[in-house]
Design a protein around this ligand. Structure first.
Ligand code: GLV
Length: 320
């Protein structure tokens, strides 16, 4: 009996590829760059499973191109805003993601970005490289203390809670906003539920950990920035779309907030000449929150398990 056909849209950690290869015939886009859309639409015709990344839009056009053989779409990511899950359901295609395994790695990076932004670490490194370190100066490169501060977390899910757990070590007061309170997570990390406006007004740092949905699209807009402290710092490791970047740029330039640390932007990659990259009070990383070798390997394995189960018609171990 012939093996199921699976398209893998990018070079992925070896462990994941090997696992899929044992069970399926793979067509691999063997590159670190995204597969062109036209090629993907051609390659998916008649396949059984698609192993994709967050850079691929999975929509009606792609599902129609794949046709009725497609049983599963498995993404090597926890976020799935690039997948039209309703369209997949209509096409009887199961969808899986990689929850859980990247929680701590992502929370670690969010803390790193928070410290880097608050304490102006990238700006200081650049100044040293440019030879501007002339002497010890009392207020040169002074930033904001994280310890003892009030931190507002938007989205106290797995990653938000892991982030809060780390903040306990900095003796922070932790506020959170979710559409519904989450007492189980909150009690574990001593977080206090507040309305969004209170979180905006009282937080020294705000960190976004919510999924991108219609409700969270541009949650941080001009109005939100006006409600924040002028000394506040925004950290985003969720999805770029949760922040209105035009409004963020204005808020940073006009001093409505002090700084921002972004691991995610719109678009990705952010063009090198983007106005946000000209601002010293905006730290931008290239969407690396889950990028440790171990975590990316675990994600590749989970996504492999999903695609294998899916092509066999079995329930996915990590379904959406
Ligand atoms: C990364 O952003 C992910 O969703 O896994």
């Amino acid at each position: 009996m012939s093996k199921p056909q699976v398209v893998v849209t990018r070079r992925i950690p070896h462990a994941g590829l090997e696992l899929v290869q044992e069970q399926a015939d793979i067509r691999l886009w063997d590159s670190d760059e995204p597969i062109p859309r036209a090629t993907l639409l051609e390659w998916v015709q008649g396949i059984d499973g698609l192993y994709c990344l967050l850079t691929e839009s999975i929509d009606d056009e792609l599902l129609d191109a794949a046709g009725p053989t497609l049983k599963v779409v498995s993404t090597l990511s926890v976020g799935y805003d690039h997948i039209d899950v309703d369209a997949c359901t209509r096409h009887h295609v199961a969808v899986g993601n990689t929850p859980g395994v990247l929680t701590d790695t992502t929370a670690d990076l969010a803390i790193g970005l928070l410290l880097a932004t608050a304490r102006r670490i990238p700006e200081s490194i650049d100044a040293v490289r440019r030879g501007e370190w002339t002497t010890w100066k009392p207020e040169w490169m002074a930033g904001y203390d994280v310890y003892g501060s009030t931190v507002g977390i938007v989205g106290l899910g797995r990653i938000g809670t892991a982030f809060a757990k780390r903040l306990q070590g900095f003796d922070c007061r932790i506020l959170y906003y979710n559409p519904e309170p989450n007492p189980a997570n909150a009690d574990a990390v001593g977080a206090e539920y507040v309305e969004m406006d209170t979180l905006l007004a009282e937080s020294d740092f705000i960190s976004i950990h919510t999924a991108l949905t219609e409700q969270t699209q541009h949650l941080f807009d001009a109005e939100a920035f006006r409600k924040m402290k002028p000394t506040a710092i925004l950290i985003n490791t969720s999805r770029g779309g949760t922040v209105d970047q035009e409004a963020l740029y204005q808020a940073l330039v006009n001093g409505e907030i002090a700084a921002a640390g972004l691991d995610v932007t719109t678009p990705e990659p952010l063009p090198a000449d983007h106005p946000l990259l000209q601002l010293p009070n905006c730290v931008i990383l290239p969407h690396i929150a889950s990028a440790s070798y171990a975590t990316r390997a675990r994600m590749a394995l989970l996504a492999a398990e999903n695609v294998i189960a899916g092509v066999k018609g079995e329930p996915l171990p990590y379904p959406i």
